[in-house]
Design a protein around this ligand. Structure first.
Ligand code: GRF
Length: 201
């Protein structure tokens, strides 16, 4: 499968997806890295790794950004879009086009602590566990079907930053792992009707 990774910043989850794709039995390749901010740090990593990048500037493109992005994804025959620290709310029309074929990673045990500042929220709630979630993107932000989750214990002296740092380690394992499981499970996924067929086990 051909995966496009969408970033807005650092790109450490993007890097994890690229590195995992090099295992011999990996069912996907990262065919493109794109995003909404041309100066996102992750682009330099992607280029150095020999992955094609398309640095769109969403602020300059305005409403045409989503049309342009769709064109790029179609031109590259992308099967699956993986959001990795992509900080833009996605219009419903675009979400609908990629129904079942767009995933996101969120640094909490969804449905707990949706949205930004999830580590602050986790500590404020006194949770004993945080974690990371990979889910399908649906019109409900951070509310799509959960595909994979991993727990990370909260330490008594954790700050939002120290917790984020450990959750990130878990994210880097969870994201490629979940994408691989999803792609393997949906080998008979019909990309036209967006329906999962009978599994040929
Ligand atoms: C990650 O914590 C991810 O869960 C969240 O934003 C952060 C992105 O980090 N959505 P990176 O750009 O992948 O390093």
């Amino acid at each position: 499968s051909r995966v496009a990774v969408l970033i807005s910043g650092r790109g450490s989850n993007m890097a994890a997806l690229i590195y995992a794709s090099r295992a011999e039995d990996c069912p996907y390749e990262v065919a493109m890295v794109t995003g909404d901010k041309p100066d996102a740090d992750g682009f330099e990593i992607a280029r150095a790794e020999g992955v094609a990048t398309e640095a769109l500037n969403a602020r300059e493109l305005g409403a045409s950004y989503w049309t342009r992005l769709q064109q790029l994804l179609e031109a590259a025959s992308i099967d699956l879009v993986a959001l990795a620290g992509f900080m833009r709310i996605i219009p419903e029309e675009f979400v609908a086009k990629w129904d079942g074929r767009m995933v996101n990673i969120h640094p909490s045990l969804l449905p707990r602590h949706k949205g930004l500042k999830s580590h602050e929220a986790c500590l404020a709630a006194g949770d004993k566990f945080s974690g990371a979630t990979v889910h399908l993107v649906s019109p409900d932000v951070d509310g799509g079907e959960i595909l994979g989750q991993v727990e990370v214990a909260v330490l008594s002296n954790d700050t939002p930053d120290s917790l984020a740092e450990r959750v990130l380690i878990a994210e880097h394992q969870l994201y490629p792992d979940t994408v691989i499981r999803y792609l393997n499970r949906t080998r008979d996924f019909d990309w036209i009707t967006n329906k999962v067929g009978e599994l040929a086990l």
